[in-house]
Design a protein around this ligand. Sequence first.
Ligand code: SF4
Length: 392
Amino acid sequence: MTEQAQTTDARTPKVNLLGLTQAELEDFFARIGEKRFRAAQVLKWIHQQGVADFDAMTNISKDLRGKLSRLAEVRAPEVLQQLDSADGTRKFLIRVSGGNAIETVFIPDGERGTLCVSSQVGCSLDCSFCATGKQGFNRDLTAAEIIGQVWIAAKSFGQLGSAGVRKITNVVMMGMGEPLLNFDNVVAAMNLMLHDNCYGLSKRRVTLSTSGVVPALDRLGEYTDVCLAISLHAPNDELRNQLVPINRKYPIAMLLASARRYIEGLPDNHRKITIEYTLIDGVNDRPHHARELAELLKDVPVKINLIPFNPFSQSDYRRVSDGALRRFQNLLIQAGFTTTVRTTRGDDIDAACGQLAGSVNDRTRRSERYRDARNGAQQRVQPEPVRFVAGR
Ligand code: SF4
């Protein structure tokens, strides 16, 4: 144990234990001269019991509790607002440092409860149909801020104790941000979600969704074996270049090859990639798009999730019609694909897919450019209300 590690110095920032993996927590205990097995005890207190106060950790000696209080803390981000939709969807607006706020959404569906977790403050990728992208980008979330969203949601349901009724059965890294651009922190947080001493979620119930950061996807399998979703949204590069700009750098063929390598490298390699396809009226929802998509994916192990575009206030895209949605789905089913439609949930609290915006202290000035462009357009053209839309 170093002199420094034992020192109680008010000027030394306390270590936030919330985002530490078991291995990191073991190292922390070793550094402060304690037994490594304490890590498992403390992890259970934090993540299974929702305890942030060391004094409440009763299987730890009083001396160690005092030492922990001096050197460490369990600090989750602050909940600014909790909104409950009529359909049971729950949205959290969560303050993170730098004058920012992120959003996290819980979506109940029968026995299943899915938490949609954010990975960044805003997003640098600017997909044309996404509210988050329009907010610009500030920074990556820390591992504590990512797992803190799960911690906050679990506590909001009074889910204490691993034997209790689990409200959160699934997690999707599909909120604000591109998870693979915050690789280390996302991997650390996902490993906490899976860990038996924490949330104990099955790897089949945690999904990382990416718009296609191929070099990071190529590395992912070395660190985790969660499920994979691809935000595709178009059946060809020409259209995808418009909707998902990162496609210009990593086109569809490269992305699908990388996704395939990931899924085939999993120990249980019969899992399928989820393809997310946001249907936008007149843009990518025509029968020829469905046929082209079926042709594109015919040799790839996928299931397809269709997402009707959800309006938001910075896009003039329109939601797909019910008829076009059914036609698109039927064509894919006829081509042999398992094809589901994501029901819009929580739109009375702006929690539907693609509507998450939070409050981003935009470092890219993109939000300003969008605002200026919009104001200019409104001044030049007729003052008809502009419909803004989004979706991931
Ligand atoms: S869809 Fe995902 S990757 Fe694209 S801008 Fe939105 S958050 Fe970023």
